[in-house]
Ligand binder design. Sequence first.
Ligand code: ADP
Length: 279
Amino acid sequence: MSECTHNCETCSANCSSRQSESMLEEQNSLSNIKNVYAVVSGKGGVGKTLVTTLLAVNMRRRGYEVGVLDADITGPSVARPFGTSAVRAEGSDAGIFPVVSKTGLKLMSLSYLLENETDPVVWRGPIIAGTVKQFWTDVVWGDVDFMFVDMPPGTGDVPLTVFQSLPVKGIVVVASPQELVSTIVEKAVKMANLMNIPVLGLVENMSYYVCGNCGEKHKIFGESHIDDTAERYGIDSVSKLPIDAKLSAASDKGMIELYEGDWLDALTDKIEENGKANG
Ligand code: ADP
């Protein structure tokens, strides 16, 4: 470890001086967010947003107030699955109001603030990290029982900001079968350990494909290694999501709230229990 510069903003070490000095940001005075969970992945395109949205929809179906905070500032992708790409967020002196989906999920993503959805976000790291903090401090979330944060991939500046600024109670790691045999997942799990945040579940996305004609399960990316990885890191909840054209269609056409599937039910139970235990 390098020598301490006494600047916790740029350091991930969990030393005694950090513990005595909380860097948590205050939520907006008109927000009452009870439980925050982050969905992470080692790299992009493995289905992190899909899993975030499915967990949020599951929780909403159980009758909770649910928020989704899109912390992937340079690649915001939460708006599309909910059919809200054309919607723009409104604000007042009190702050910015989240966009509300058809079934009542509260959503905030940079794409709701851009003039055009296709505008690139060419910003330096501190501005990006500051925007994520503002999604917590300046958005009028109201009551939220469960908030899911769609993190940018990897273990860089923005994930560090989220873990230090928001009271994240647990992490869900999403990976493809190939990633589970690489070091990418290990890095995400080790970052969570470093921040003292429990990994509540490991999701293997694109785990298999069920043939529509013969009903056989094909492991397109090879045998699953999710159980070995979970065991190595003491993660007791594993989920497997199939490659399913209906899932991508629902997500791409803005109808994720209509999806049918029980793949993430056990993980949703686990998060619900964690939330209830934490009050
Ligand atoms: P990430 O957030 O990790 O970058 P996304 O969740 O945006 O990845 O997924 C990338 C693309 O792959 C999306 O179009 C999504 O609908 C599709 N996709 C992800 N997982 C599946 C799956 N299990 N079956 C079908 N399509 C999927």
